[in-house]
Design a protein around this ligand. Sequence first.
Ligand code: DQA
Length: 159
Amino acid sequence: MNEVSAGARDVRNGSKRLVVLHGPNLDLLGERPPEHYGDLTLPALERMVTDEVERVGWECLCLQTNHEGTFIECVHEYRHEGALLVNAGAWTHYSYAIHDALELVDCPIAEVHLSDVFKRESWRRRSVISDVVDFVVGGKGPEGYLEAVRLLISLADRR
Ligand code: DQA
């Protein structure tokens, strides 16, 4: 099995690209508690995000991994893209290594969570990456991803 599963092939056509990086357990969306994550699967969520990105003439690359080192390598590899949308899952709450990788990114970054992390266990209230991203969207389900895409593209277009 591949360590990174790509929802889209890494082929460029010269447009700006938004890279979506999903962390651990998000490959099992659709099976995770629906009261927090809804019932959309990861491929369906990626399709929604890709459609929104392509609507404005950008390309979209969606990746998911359950391996922290692979996630970090993806951040390195895509640090000079048009924009980065990150849902680091549980790593959000304790991975200083992901914090340090995101610090090296030179495009706008969105931290997105499907669930409202402030209304769940206390350990989820802390994000160790939010000080190195441009903005955070949480608790809005898939709609939050679309909001993040629009904001990322307008930030990138202003740079
Ligand atoms: C999550 C919230 C995290 O606390 C959790 O570990 C996840 C998903 C979200 O999208 O709501 O895996 O990032």
